[in-house]
Write a protein that binds this ligand. Structure first.
Ligand SMILES: [Zn+2]
Ligand SMILES: [Zn+2]
Length: 125
């Protein structure tokens, strides 16, 4: 967990990926980055709620819905942001790392078989 946190802290913010494209490779780190828009809505009355990102998560600006007082909300992904939603919409750069995920899975599998091998060797002693 701590390691994860440290990694995130030094992560590239992909600031040089233009926001007027749907997706592109980051010129700074080579990651495939998708530009996404999100909208926070109240789970109770469905009203749009103004929001911001905190520790990479999208959260509403206020704890309670100004319309119904609920604390429940959900995040909706937008295909395209329109003029009306722009005040509420949250812009986020999402990294697509299918390759990375696959490699990590293989690595974990190898690690597991190594542990299994060790166990076998040790049980033979
Ligand atoms: Zn980057
Ligand atoms: Zn509400």
């Amino acid at each position: 967990m701590l390691f994860d946190f440290l990694l995130k802290k030094h992560e590239c913010q992909h600031n040089n990926v233009p926001i007027d494209v749907d997706e592109a490779y980051c010129p700074d780190c080579g990651a495939y980055v998708q530009n996404k828009w999100f909208l926070v809505r109240c789970s109770c009355c469905n009203i749009k709620r103004s929001a911001h990102t905190k520790y990479n998560e999208i959260v509403p600006d206020t704890k309670f819905c100004p319309n119904c007082g609920s604390t429940e909300f959900y995040v909706e992904e937008l295909e395209k942001v329109n003029f009306i939603d722009v005040h509420y919409a949250i812009f986020k750069k999402i990294v697509i790392s299918q390759e990375k995920l696959t490699t990590r899975q293989i690595w974990i599998e190898q690690e597991e078989s190594l542990i299994e091998e060790k166990r076998l060797i040790e049980s033979r002693k």
